[in-house]
Design a protein around this ligand. Structure first.
Ligand SMILES: Cc1cc2nc3c(=O)[nH]c(=O)nc-3n(C[C@H](O)[C@H](O)[C@H](O)COP(=O)(O)O)c2cc1C
Ligand code: SF4
Length: 508
């Protein structure tokens, strides 16, 4: 009996597939057993498949199955109420769906029921409008959102980076600097936060020189200046001295074992005008496209920014709008629940500021905030996003079970912890395969939805093609709901050029 138990424990400790079992041998199996009989239990006793938040059981099931490369089709039809549900999104498919040219060569592309695609290039060239020296077309319209080493374990960051490399998408470093865990082949967006970690001088001020050195030494393709984050806008952050390990201190450029503060706002600029100067100086100094990330609160800032950009002599290459429903490693409940506009409302206001001035095509718009699900991402594209960034969904793909204990440092799956013991449970090699598989599947389903809508690329799905139910057997188009003018939300790109790009990506 004891020998059997010892063998079982040893096996659990050595296997790499299930982080929970690796961290909690034997008892960890109960979680999978309970998950397995969950549908039957819920049918009679507990909640339905859409009840849990932030990601419902069905949503997580879709992410887990795509991450594992399993068939993500569900049998017996939808279990969702549609006609009397409120805010239910529906795509009005074209009578004659788009027929994609047959892929040449071995693309890795599959057709339904489990759809994946190796690349889905963004519809716009990042930095193209301002002629940046290192402008480029992102190979993937789905990328991994900023989540710092510090809030995520080194092994989770490594899984994200390897996953990004395998899926051919970009990996945002988050504001905690560029760590060795970010150096596993994935191309990066380097995030500049208020603490200027990784690009600060000895007095804690931003250093362009240090940033230049950093981007010269690593595969950084773009810089993102973070103004705020949906889950905790207007707040700084403090990494307590106990967590400022020598490794984190070295990466951030701060002293070890001393409280490490991210102030609530930037020291280098204080309004739209000085922000534009800051962005231009970084773009000039590095040649890279430079964007901002922000949650949406007061609107005056966005009007100022768009107004100043209208002149055409300065500009921001991309704007990442983070919804108030976005995630964080730790944030006060009142901020996560009640500060900043949710994605759709906030994004539509920002987009409007640029569209009304006729300059929306000068900016690449990026969305984040539960957009790692095909139906949510499609609404974002229809509202004018050119790319979506996925945060927690990529964490789920890497093994997160939504236990919502990230702030305690006791993450049972090793994703959001600095505990060596718990992080050991996460095997970066196998989890990176899952992250990549999930990203490919999301791209594949987005492309399939675009084709059903009669267009070759999700960026070309218009706000007229999606409807949202009102709970009273009625529905309005996304264009009506957000008061968009005809043509808003769809970039002025040549559909034929996109077709060529897509078939080229299939051939690669
Ligand atoms: C653990 C964790 C850490 C995060 N760290 C950062 C960060 O360093 N910088 C940032 O801009 N956003 C950060 N975010 C926010 C995400 O990048 C993203 O904007 C947000 O979670 C919404 O996307 P999602 O709904 O796909 O998770 C973090 C989110 C989580 C869950
Ligand atoms: S603590 Fe829970 S929610 Fe946070 S990353 Fe770990 S498993 Fe996911």
């Amino acid at each position: 009996m004891l020998v059997g138990l010892a063998i079982w424990v040893t096996y659990d400790l050595l296997q790499t597939e299930h982080a929970v079992v690796r961290n909690f041998p034997v008892i960890g199996h109960f979680r999978y057993w309970l998950e397995g009989i969950g549908p039957e239990l819920r049918q009679y006793i507990l909640t339905d498949n859409d009840a849990e938040r932030p990601f419902s059981r069905d949503q997580r099931r879709w992410i887990y199955s795509t991450a594992k490369g399993q068939n993500s089709s569900f049998g017996f039809g939808s279990d969702n109420e549609m006609e009397t549900a409120e805010h239910y999104v529906l795509l009005k498919q074209a009578a004659f769906p788009y027929r994609a040219p047959a892929p040449h060569g071995d693309s890795g592309e599959q057709v339904a029921p489990h759809i994946t695609i190796d690349r889905l290039p963004a519809a716009k060239v990042l930095g193209g409008a301002r002629g940046r020296a290192r402008a480029f077309r992102p190979p993937s319209a789905v990328n991994i959102s900023g989540m710092s080493f510090g809030s995520l374990s080194g092994r989770a960051v490594e899984a994200m980076n390897r996953g990004a490399a395998a899926a051919g998408c970009l990996h945002n470093t988050g504001e905690g600097g560029l760590s060795p865990h970010h150096q596993h082949g994935g191309e990066l967006i380097f995030q500049v936060g208020t603490g200027y970690f990784g690009c600060r001088d000895e007095h804690g001020r931003f250093s362009l020189e240090r940033l230049q050195t950093l981007v010269d030494q690593h595969p950084v393709r773009a810089i993102e200046v973070k103004l705020s984050q949906g889950a905790k806008p207007g707040l700084g952050a403090l990494l307590p001295a106990a967590k400022v390990t020598p490794e984190i201190a070295r990466i951030r450029g701060v002293p070890a074992h001393v409280d490490c503060e991210s102030p609530p706002s930037h020291a280098e600029f204080s309004d739209a005008d000085s922000l534009l100067d800051f962005v231009e100086s970084i773009a000039e100094g590095t040649g890279l496209p430079v964007g901002i990330k922000s949650a949406v609160g007061e609107e005056a800032f966005w009007h100022d920014l768009a107004g100043l950009m209208e002149a055409g002599d300065r500009g921001i290459d991309f704007i990442t709008v983070d919804g108030g429903e976005g995630g964080t490693g730790a944030g006060p409940l009142v901020f996560t629940d009640h500060v900043a506009l949710p994605f759709k409302i906030g994004f539509a206001r920002v987009y409007r500021s640029f569209a009304e001035r006729g300059i929306a095509d000068r900016v690449t718009f990026v969305g984040s905030g539960k957009l790692g699900l095909p139906q949510n991402a499609l609404v974002a594209f229809a509202l004018g996003c050119d790319m979506v960034h996925v945060g927690r969904e990529a964490m789920l793909a890497a093994g997160c079970i939504q236990s919502q204990r990230c702030h305690t440092g006791l993450c049972p799956t090793g994703v959001a912890t600095q505990s060596r013991r718990l992080a050991r449970g996460l095997d970066p090699a196998s989890k990176s395969v899952r992250v990549a598989s999930y990203v490919r599947a999301l791209r594949g389903e987005l492309l399939a939805l675009a084709h059903a809508a009669g267009v070759p690329h999700p960026a070309l799905v218009s706000a007229d093609q999606l409807e949202v139910t009102d709970g009273r057997l009625g529905a309005s188009t996304v264009r009506e709901l957000f008061d968009y003018e005809p043509g808003w939300g769809v970039p002025a790109v040549d559909p034929e050029e996109l077709e060529v790009l897509l078939s080229a990506s299939a051939a690669d």
